[in-house]
Every structure is written in structure tokens, then in C-alpha cells.
Design a protein around this ligand. Structure first.
Ligand code: SAH
Length: 200
């Protein structure tokens, strides 16, 4: 997986490649799909949701330029896999999931694997995690129509956010926050599940 899917596609960050090699992806997919866990594809995880393709997880992790001292917010815990990859590279990971069954299952897997620096919460990612803000980095793994204001507010100055933005087909957007404003860069086309709005 690391050689053919990641290194061959310009994932060059040594820490990201190491982390992707270490995290047991099969533990984050349903039992019936374990044989496919390291394939070059997203997989269903129940409740109509998916675990992202390995390349996309690596791409987003590399995009935030992870550093050992970072506190990172993830929106859309899903299986917990992206949170585990982040946990290998940064100080603390805060991850929010709106579907209660997924939130509980991911919390259990992450705990069983010993990831003590991952904090899980069931809730609405549009609100972020104000009591743990500001975050050095934010990784959004469900697609909003536009980057939620609350998340920009909870990003530290000097921080980086990565998010798939748009309907149906999205564009991966990398946002840098400076003292005098934000700079957004649009990169690759991607397809994520939509970020659910509560009450809709
Ligand atoms: N990062 C995940 C994959 C995410 S799939 C992994 O590594 O497996 C997107 C997830 O975002 C789904 O689990 C979905 O339920 C969740 N989600 C959708 N809308 C959300 C919202 N408003 N707040 C929090 N989570 C949300």
C-alpha cells in the first residue's frame, strides 16, 4: 500500500509514510471487508458512510504539514482511521462524529489500539470543538458546501485546514490562516460524503 499507492503518487513526507505503514487499517473496516482493507479504494463502514481511500488519507495528512507539537481537530471520525494516522504524528487529536453508532465504534477501536492522544466526541462538526480551540490544524473529512465559519474561527493564526468543498464532486481546499486573513488553495478533485446539517 505504502509503495504503490502512496510513494508512487507523490506522498513524500517520511512521517506520513511511516504512520500509514504502522496503523492497522484492517481494524477500522467491517469484518467482512478485512481482506480489502489495504486496497486502493474507499470502503463502506455502515450507516451509509465510508472510510476514505488510503491515498486521500495520506494526502490530507501531508497537506496539513503535521508537527509533533500540533493539536488537531478532525471533523467526521467515521471509522477512526484518519484520527489514528494523525495520532501517530501529532500531540493531540480531537475528532467529532455526528452518527452515534460510528462515534462509539471508533472510540472503542481507538481505545483498544492504545491511542490515548485521541479525544472523541459525538456531535455536529459545524460547531467545531470550542472548548478545546484553537487548533493548529483542522482536517475536514465530510464535504461542506463551503468552509464553516466556526472552524476558521477555531483555527490558530499560522494554522492550516484541509477540506473537500462543494456538492457531488468537490475540490480539496487547503486554507492557511494568517493574522491578516486566510489564503485558500484549491487542489485535486475528490468525492466525499456530504457534511450533514442537523435538522435536515
Ligand atoms: N475520517 C473518516 C472517514 C470519514 S467519512 C475515516 O477515517 O474513516 C465522513 C464522516 O463524517 C462520516 O462518518 C459522517 O457520518 C461524518 N459526518 C457527516 N456530517 C458530519 C457533521 N456535520 N459533523 C460531524 N461528522 C459528520
Amino acid at each position: 500500500m505504502v509503495e504503490t499507492q502512496l510513494r508512487a503518487r507523490l506522498i513524500t513526507h517520511a512521517g506520513v509514510l511511516d504512520a500509514m505503514g504502522r496503523v492497522p487499517r484492517h481494524r477500522f473496516v467491517p469484518g467482512s471487508l478485512q481482506a480489502l482493507a489495504y486496497d486502493d479504494t474507499p470502503l463502506p463502514i455502515g450507516d451509509g458512510q465510508t472510510i476514505s481511500q488510503p491515498y486521500i488519507v495520506a494526502y490530507m495528512t501531508q497537506a496539513i504539514e503535521p508537527s509533533r507539537s500540533d493539536r488537531v481537530l478532525e471533523i467526521g471520525t467515521g471509522s477512526g482511521y484518519q484520527a489514528a494516522v494523525l495520532a501517530e504524528l501529532v500531540k493531540e487529536v480531537y475528532t467529532i462524529e455526528i452518527v452515534p453508532t460510528l462515534a462509539r465504534r471508533a472510540a472503542t477501536v481507538l481505545r483498544d489500539l492504545g491511542y490515548r492522544n485521541v479525544h472523541t466526541r459525538e456531535g455536529d462538526g459545524y460547531a467545531g470543538w470550542p472548548d478545546a480551540a484553537p487548533f493548529d490544524k483542522i482536517v475536514v473529512t465530510a464535504a461542506p458546501d463551503e468552509i464553516p465559519r466556526a472552524l476558521v474561527d477555531q483555527l490558530a493564526v499560522g494554522g492550516v485546514m484541509v477540506a473537500p468543498v462543494g456538492r457531488d464532486l468537490q475540490v480539496m481546499t487547503i486554507l492557511h490562516k494568517a493574522r491578516d486573513g486566510v489564503v485558500k488553495r484549491e487542489t485535486i478533485p475528490v468525492r466525499f460524503v456530504p457534511m450533514i446539517k442537523k435538522g435536515k
